[in-house]
Design a protein around this ligand. Sequence first.
Ligand SMILES: Nc1ncnc2c1ncn2[C@@H]1O[C@H](COP(=O)(O)OP(=O)(O)OP(=O)(O)O)[C@@H](O)[C@H]1O
Length: 593
Amino acid sequence: MTTLRAALRLGAGAHPAALSCLLALMLGSAALPVGAAWCTKLLLDEIGQGPDAQLGRAIRFAVLAAALVALATAANRLVSYLTAVVQNAVGIAANVSLYARVNAFLGLAPFEQPAFRDRLMLAQQAAEQAPYTVVMFAVGSAQSLVTIVSFAGVLLTLWPPAGLLVLAVAGPEFAIQLALARRSARATEQANRFYRIRFLYQGLLTDLRAVREIRLFQLGEFFHGRLTGALRRTGRIELDARRHAALVSAGWALASAAVALIGTVTVVAAVLRGDLTLGDLTIFLAAVGAVQSSLSGIAAQLGEVGASMRLFRHYAAVVHGPADLANGTLTAPPLGAEIRFEDVWFRYDQDGPWALRGLSLSIPAGRATGLVGVNGAGKSTLVKLLCRFYDPQRGRITWDGVDLREFDLTTLRARLGAVFQDFMCYDLTAEENVGIGRLPYSPDAVRRAATEAGVHDRLADLPHGYRTMLSRSFTDEDGETGVTLSGGQWQRVALARSLMRADADLLILDEPSSGLDAEAESRMNASLARVRQGRTGLLISHRLSTLRDADRILVLAAGQVAEAGSHDELMATGGDYSRLFTLQAGGYRLATP
Ligand SMILES: Nc1ncnc2c1ncn2[C@@H]1O[C@H](COP(=O)(O)OP(=O)(O)OP(=O)(O)O)[C@@H](O)[C@H]1O
């Protein structure tokens, strides 16, 4: 019931003015068909008087019937338009709320849960349909009721059992439509997993980045086969539901046609006996048709409402569901002393392996801390916890002694700048790609950050300078195809984006120079050293030479700190760091002729 109320509120609140006009028009025009049918009956009765018929009266009835039909048709056209207006407004309002909620998730966990993603997709479908269906059902039923009551009055006057027969057909029709709708909603839910798989392969086959590998490894057939499989699975589930619905509805249509036939034969017999007129027969036929189609219309709509409400539960669960992370209330202050990890244990899944196992470390303010470790050691996980994308299961992370969970996350994240290992390349202009690091941005700030990241010249040289679209998939506002950058240039753009927050309390650089050529890397290192001067930095790299100047280097192994110290100290201890550094340096020496 709460879900129904929520859907009604959403549907009715989206465009109240259009909805009121729609309601008035639908109710106002609901009695027009019975008026037109009655005039037609009077016209036929007049004609049926043969030589005694009055031409003037007959013409009056004909004109009135035609006028009422014309009015009903015009009203229908307006109703279609207003319906589209309401549907459009409802669709926008529902999607705005849905994505506002999605945006309000503070962490990453919901996006990594297949069950949540299934639910999100059903919620997207429900957002488009449910509130609109519920409102239209309410309005449509009111209109149908007016039509039914007026025609039922006519039927009862002419031949009372006919009214009762039609109503007897309606009861089971309701039950059937509801059962069919429930089955159709279940089919949608079942097919949902295959829909997502279908979208995955449709996306892969058209994604510009994926297309390269797909062509080279000749994966087209492989993915196409999987897409075909998913298409067939969804198609089969949908068709099963439809076949069942078609068979049940067809059977029921035959039963209700039999009722109409019994009524028609009885009335025709009465006409032949002279008890009823030809006009009575026409209005009887019109009434049976109108009452039956209105009743089955209500039943079908009721079924749709049932199916939509089943889907709308998913929408309500997302929009009104619990927050993924509890937000704190304190405003994060500038970092004064240090960030500490205190015996932090973390794993991504409840029964998965631990990614961090009792990690304890300190990131002192105003210093550069380097982080190294083999693949899977937990470096990126540490960064994600630092940004509070997840909370540790045990232990805590503190910012000047205060648990990160105490802070309002907007204020905490405003104090962080980061380049992630898998940074984003946005289909936006060059200026936006950099500027969104700190919104709202000024063009000067964008150019300064791009200069620091060593990418200003490249961006300024683009066909439309900073206004060039960095995309081969989307055109700019003038319809011109954009350009795309090299991997290293994109990396510098991502770095420039993070440097829009060069004054951030903590600058996290996760493999910032992995894609750069040697010269660019050395220039970037010098530039970063300048930017980081006196700031707190956390630098992660597999190229140990990049970290050499860090004040302190932490070596992570299996989710714990294995070694810690300056470059010279770590080299002196002869541990893993020293071994890896010597290995890398040796590689460079071997490469030198
Ligand atoms: N989103 C995730 N869900 C589940 N497990 C994950 C997720 N991200 C990382 N892991 C697991 O956590 C462990 C640590 O991964 P992490 O990405 O932190 O390592 P890393 O040190 O950054 O490695 P690399 O040098 O390869 O980037 C790995 O075993 C990885 O499989």
